[in-house]
Design a protein around this ligand. Structure first.
Ligand SMILES: C[S@@+](CC[C@H](N)C(=O)[O-])C[C@H]1O[C@@H](n2cnc3c(N)ncnc32)[C@H](O)[C@@H]1O
Length: 262
């Protein structure tokens, strides 16, 4: 079966499994649905960030991509057009806003992002954590340069952008952060590295930390990584939103896995 058909199949399976708010008995998850998943908010900064995305989508600039991750399904060529990357690699506005609401709801002030790309989700997270800091790691220098330009353009002072591989930079970034309230893992979508990054971050997590994993159904490897994360002894609640997976460590909560739509 082609990749495209497989993805449609797994998404349909997700829709069949997805529960509505009324089928959810956990007050914590019920509130999460009410205040985060189904709760639209708009702040003026969203418009500014989306204007940057528009510029990227119209850009015919090319960059040489140094891909340290699992690669792109769209193109394996090192010279890529910025608009093409913007169309395929960035979280769409609806998901970026969901990240904003998640960070806001959990009052995350120490935010970690693996996979800056052009800095679009970083800017949403930095807006949410206005009194905190977002540490974000990107391995491709030319990609990161564009992100830095965006951060400077919007005058975002609470973003600490780090250039390098996740593997080499994560330990020092975590040491600097001391604690992680929200971790968004959006790069290197393969089983082993995803699990390794999760294990590396865990000692810096606390009872209220939320992990957000991107593309949990992207490949067989990511499905396996997601299954292992759900099984992890420190993990209690997980929420499968298909494109994103939310992971909580709340010790007061019985282990339970939710499949939801938003
Ligand atoms: C999907 S994009 C991030 C999109 C961004 N979070 C957004 O939605 O606006 C993933 C990024 O992670 C970077 N990346 C992947 N694997 C990496 C690794 N092992 N080390 C450093 N950067 C990596 C890629 O270069 C790419 O720019």
């Amino acid at each position: 079966m082609g990749e495209h058909l497989k993805r449609i199949g797994s998404y349909l399976e997700h829709l069949v499994k997805a529960r509505t708010r009324h089928g959810v008995h956990s007050p914590f998850v019920y509130d999460l649905i009410t205040h985060v998943l189904r709760h639209g908010v708009d702040v003026p900064q969203f418009e500014e960030i989306e204007a940057l995305r528009e510029d990227l989508l119209e850009s015919d600039q090319t960059i040489t991509v140094n891909d340290l991750g699992a690669g792109s399904r769209v193109s394996q060529r090192p010279i890529r057009v910025v608009s093409g990357i913007a169309r395929t690699a960035l979280k769409p506005a609806a998901q970026a806003r969901l990240l904003y609401r998640t960070a806001r709801y959990f009052q995350a002030t120490r935010v970690l992002e693996l996979g800056t790309s052009f800095g679009i989700t970083t800017l949403y997270l930095a807006t949410a954590a206005e009194d905190g800091t977002v540490h974000t790691i990107e391995g491709c220098p030319q990609t990161q340069r564009i992100a830095q330009h965006h951060f400077d353009h919007l005058g975002s002072e609470n973003i600490h952008a780090v250039l390098g591989s996740f593997k080499s930079k994560l330990p020092e970034v975590l040491k600097h952060m001391g604690r992680v309230d929200l971790a968004f893992i959006d790069g290197h979508h393969a089983q082993e590295p995803t699990l390794a990054y999760f294990e590396t971050i865990l000692p810096f997590a606390h009872n209220g930390t939320v992990f957000v994993f991107d593309d949990i159904h992207w490949s067989r490897g990511m499905e396996q990584a997601w299954a292992a994360i759900k099984d992890h002894p420190l993990v209690t609640v997980t929420v499968d939103l298909y494109d994103l997976g939310l992971v909580f460590l709340r010790a007061e909560q019985a282990k339970e896995h939710f499949t939801l739509r938003y």
